[in-house]
Structure formats: structure tokens, C-alpha cells
Write a protein that binds this ligand. Sequence first.
Ligand SMILES: [Zn+2]
Ligand SMILES: [Zn+2]
Ligand SMILES: [Zn+2]
Ligand SMILES: [Zn+2]
Length: 308
Amino acid sequence: MAPGGSAFKEVIESHLICSDYETGKAKSEAKSKSTFTKSSVGLNGKIGSSKNGVHDLLECPVCKNLMYPPIHQCPNGHTLCSNCKIKVHNVCPTCHHDLGNIRCLALERVAESWELPCRYQSIGCHDIFPYYTKLKHEQNCGFRPYNCPYAGSECSVMGDIPTLVSHLKDDHNVDMHDGCTFNHRYVKTNPHEVENATWMLTLFNSFGRHFCLHFEAFQLGAAPVYMAFLRFMGDENEAKKFSYSLEVGADRRKLIWQGIPRSIRDHHRKVRDSQDGLIIQRDLALCFSGGDKKELKLRITGRIMKEG
Ligand SMILES: [Zn+2]
Ligand SMILES: [Zn+2]
Ligand SMILES: [Zn+2]
Ligand SMILES: [Zn+2]
């Protein structure tokens, strides 16, 4: 090949990791190592710095979360949230009176007039919301943390993209490759044993953004298939600014997939179920592998492109 003419960068072979998401018994090996977990971003509704009178009024004395309608009170006026009302078996935790079924409409109305910053204020969202629409916003806030995109186990780590990139490298030993082209080999000696399997994902740093290349084996209807697809580490509206292609083949036969990377907001299984990627029937994959068709040896080349 001519100097500088190398079209694809060879990347290390991906190895198989056991797929435990099907059994539901997965335990996250990275769980204990993470410092950016659900509670650390305040997913329990605590506001932290914005303590004031209204906040204290709306904080449930039992679970310390902010209360949403229906807000309950005992005959003596002690309030608590509807979840805790059930948990304390209808007995006021403050005065031990029977709680009955008294709504605290005045407090519900105070809440209605209250405005609060998004809970992701500390990580960049500066919007202020009426109390009751805040929760809805937070479910879709662009600053909300992402789930770990690693597919081999149900990992519970959450965070922003730089946090997750470090987490993938440090806790899942994922390799990162720079550049927008790649050449990746997937090898398995006993391909017929592989039903629900997912290979170690590969991380790409292209155009200053991060992408995850997934490779999975599963049963599509009656047919065993392999599937490769790319996910973008960011939101869907940004993912749309990129496209990618994957190619696999041998002996002048070739399958080509062209698509748009999916956001890691979409679970890898959702992507798999929507078949939004390069799907290779096992028989064809073994044919592409050459030899005696006893071994899977697929070479997938790919390219990530920026649109416009
Ligand atoms: Zn409560
Ligand atoms: Zn009471
Ligand atoms: Zn927000
Ligand atoms: Zn993880």
C-alpha cells in the first residue's frame, strides 16, 4: 500500500463476554467503584442548596423527599407524602394519631406557586420550573446523566460523557481508538454455542466525540444472527449529525450497512430489537469466515461520517 494510503485502522480483536442480561442475574462489577451514582446526582429529589421555608414545608418528614400531590396530613396538621403514608401504616409518625384520609390542599396550592431550579443545575441546566412541571422536565433534561452504555452486564453507573468514557476505560477495560475509520475482527471458535452473546464493545473517538461499536449474537425469530451497530455518546439530536457505514464480506461478496448512530439514551437492546444495524445471518457469517465454517472470523470495516 502506498505511504499514507492506509484507509482503515486496524483495531484489536474484540473478545467475547458472557451475556448475562438475558438471565437478569447480572451484578454490576463496577457498581462499587463508581463515585457518580444515582444518589450522588440527587435523584431522590433533594435540592441541596436551595433550602428555605417553602422547601422545608414541602419536605416529607419521613423520607425527606419533596412531596407531590396528594399531600396528606394528620388531624393535628402534620404532613407527609403519600408513599410514606402507606409505609407508616396510616399512623402519624410525629404525634401517633391515626392519619385518616385528610389532604393538605393549602400546601398543595403553595407548591403550585413555587418555582425551582432543575435538579441538574450543578451540572449545567439553568432553567427554573414551576414545582409540578419540574419533574417532567428533569426526565427529559439534556443535562440528565447517561447510563453506562456497556452491554455485557446491567451496570448501574450513571454520569456525563467524560465520566462514562473514563468509567468504560477503567472499570470495563474498554479500548479506545482515535479516528473515523476502523477495521475490527470478531473471532469465536465455537459459534454454534453462542446464542445471546455480546462482545466487548469498542470505543471510538471521532470528530472529538465518542461512539460505541456493539457486536451481538442472538436469535432473530428462528434464525441465529450477528448484529453490529454504533451508538453515539450524547443525545439523539446530536447523534443525527453523524452517519456511519459497516461492511462485512469475503470473496467479492459483501454486506453494507449505512445508518445513523443511535444515542446511548436508547438501550442497546432497544437498538437490537429495532434491528437498526448490520445484521448477518449466522450461515452467511460462517461463509464470510472462510475455512471449514466451524469458526467465526468476521472482519468488519467501518467509517463514521459527519453530516453537513
Ligand atoms: Zn415521604
Ligand atoms: Zn400528627
Ligand atoms: Zn434541566
Ligand atoms: Zn459501566
